[in-house]
Ligand binder design. Structure first.
Ligand code: FES
Length: 59
């Protein structure tokens, strides 16, 4: 089971037994807790790299 939290003005925080695949179906290394970008500004897709702060992302 995984828990998903939407962080105010930031990423999705996902915690649990995770299996993430890229657009080609290849597994992406991840730990039991990840932060996925939802602002579209990250340089480390699909993970949040903190760029949402400089982008002043609201959501
Ligand atoms: S949500 Fe953090 S870089 Fe996009």
């Amino acid at each position: 089971m995984a828990n998903i939290n939407i962080l105010k003005n930031g990423p999705y925080q996902i915690q649990g037994d995770l299996k993430i695949k890229d657009g080609d179906g290849n597994p992406v290394d991840c730990s039991e807790k990840v932060f996925l970008c939802r602002c579209g500004q990250t340089s480390n897709t699909p993970f949040c790299d903190g760029s949402h702060k400089a982008a002043n992302f609201k959501g």
